[in-house]
Design a protein around this ligand. Structure first.
Ligand SMILES: [Zn+2]
Length: 111
């Protein structure tokens, strides 16, 4: 997927009413999975949120840009695997101290 810097979703932070979220459920790591479509550019993002309640500041989200044909093959159970195979994804949340960073490979879910 090409990176389009022209839309507000390009930076990985999705706020406001410009996004449509479809909740897919929780995986076996208790990560919450949803699909987020940007209403402006129609691109589809995989949202994975993980927090370990025992560790303060461990909350983190991952936003990976999906190819349109992926829409129907993503489930809560394969979300992490799909994220791991993307060329890159955005990460943010308290674990990242409020910054948004680009990473790739299997997300670090410890703690
Ligand atoms: Zn967008």
């Amino acid at each position: 997927m090409e990176e389009d810097s022209g839309c507000s979703c390009s930076g990985g932070k999705f706020g406001g009413d410009g996004f449509e979220e479809t909740y897919l459920g929780m995986d076996n790591r208790f990560g919450e999975v949803s699909l987020i479509r940007c209403k402006r550019c129609q691109r589809l993002w995989l949202h994975y949120y993980y927090v370990n309640e025992a560790f303060t500041g461990s909350g983190r989200w991952y936003h990976g840009l999906l190819a349109p044909e992926m829409e129907n093959s993503v489930t809560a159970d394969n979300a992490l695997e799909i994220l791991s195979k993307l060329a890159w994804y955005w990460c943010g949340g308290s674990w990242y101290h409020g910054s948004v960073v680009k990473e790739k490979g299997p997300p670090n879910l410890f703690p």
